[in-house]
Design a binder for this molecule. Structure first.
Ligand SMILES: NCc1[nH]cc(CCC(=O)O)c1CC(=O)O
Length: 338
């Protein structure tokens, strides 16, 4: 992954034939610049109330919402495959959604129950969370809405309570995905004050206002609630300089890891972040990217395994340390030859 300066010493043809090192699998293996391993994978999962229950998400073929008991089984399987981390997203009962989003910091909410159950059963698997109010918000927004405005500072106070409850439940990685200003610093201070010194923060730093989140919003049941769009807090897809400022800001506030989201349409941002800051950098291959590849595969237009491998390798080439991907178990199985 080290990037040499562009070579100026290439001998002219035919002394140099760049095809030579492509001429056999053995040579290709020798000169390969990047590798994809199971250590690169974080598996996003959906949890729902109930027992021994699982429902399909039509826009995400092969992905299901699972009750906590089933999620624990899936988490154990993921750990057995060598997947280092799982990321939990709750499908909250609509009756629990309010304007103030109090369910977000209920120590016994669905997400916190799932964290506890997984950490008890599979302690070595890192558990990541989503820190944002949308699963609990009657408005479907990531922040508290007052007179039509998504209010920043009140939201940050709520996010701090939510983050602390997740840390108490045993989360290893907190993932603030809300895009409010000042939330990383506020969460970091609160974690230190509560002696959660080793809880890490992977900030959704460059999170764009994207149309690729559609299937996810179906999966967590937020599509119906959301009025309007998220453009006053998520980034404009036209911007790259702004992403650099956000990364610098989040690092200064105490983020341990940086995320770019969505993934495939934003590989330039991944590469820029890694080249500029050299910090642990992750990409989220989001629901719409997964849906797009799987829909084509189900039509027989693309080979699912091949586009999975190629799309995930692209993140490594761009400099990412890892990828949140719904393909995680499938990719892990393929890597193991299963
Ligand atoms: N805080 C919400 C959140 N956390 C992760 C995703 C999207 C993930 C995906 O599409 O796979 C979203 C949706 C949104 O911002 O509307």
């Amino acid at each position: 992954m080290s990037r040499a300066p562009h070579p100026t010493t290439v001998a002219p043809f035919p002394m140099t034939r760049l095809r030579r090192t492509r001429s056999s699998a053995a040579l290709r293996n020798l000169v390969r610049e990047n590798t994809l391993t199971v250590d690169d994978l974080i598996w996003p999962v959906f949890v729902v109330d109930g027992e021994d229950h699982e429902d399909a998400i039509p826009s995400m073929p092969g992905v299901t919402r699972k009750s906590v008991d089933r999620l624990v089984v899936a988490a154990r399987e993921a750990a057995d495959l060598g997947i280092p981390a799982i990321c939990i997203f709750p499908n909250t009962d609509p009756s629990l959604k309010t304007e103030a989003c109090e369910e977000a910091w209920n120590p016994d909410n669905l997400s916190n129950r799932a964290i506890r159950a997984i950490k008890a059963a599979v302690p070595d698997l890192a558990v990541m969370t989503d820190v944002a109010l949308d699963p609990y918000n009657i408005n479907g927004h990531d922040g508290i809405v007052v007179d039509g405005e998504i209010v920043n500072d009140e939201t940050v106070e709520a996010l701090v309570k939510m983050a602390l409850a997740q840390a108490e439940a045993g989360a290893d990685i907190l993932g603030p995905s809300d895009m409010m200003d000042g939330r990383i610093g506020a969460i970091r201070h609160a974690l230190e004050a509560a002696d959660h010194r080793n809880v890490t923060i992977m900030s959704y730093t460059a999170k764009y206002a994207s149309a690729f989140y559609g299937p996810f919003r179906d999966a967590v049941g937020a599509s119906g609630a959301l009025k309007g769009d998220k453009k006053t807090y998520q980034m404009d897809p036209a911007n790259s300089e702004e992403a650099m400022r956000l990364v610098e800001r989040d690092l200064a506030e105490g983020a341990d890891m940086i995320m770019v989201k969505p993934g495939m349409p934003y590989l330039d941002i991944c590469q820029r972040v890694k080249d500029t800051f050299g910090v642990p950098t992750f990409a989220y291959q989001v629901s719409g990217e997964y849906a797009m590849l799987m829909a084509a595969a189900e039509n027989g237009w693309l080979d699912a395994d091949k586009v999975m491998v190629e799309s995930l390798m692209a993140f490594k080439r761009a400099g990412c340390n890892g990828i949140l991907t719904y393909f995680a178990p499938r990719m892990a199985r393929l890597l193991k030859g299963l």
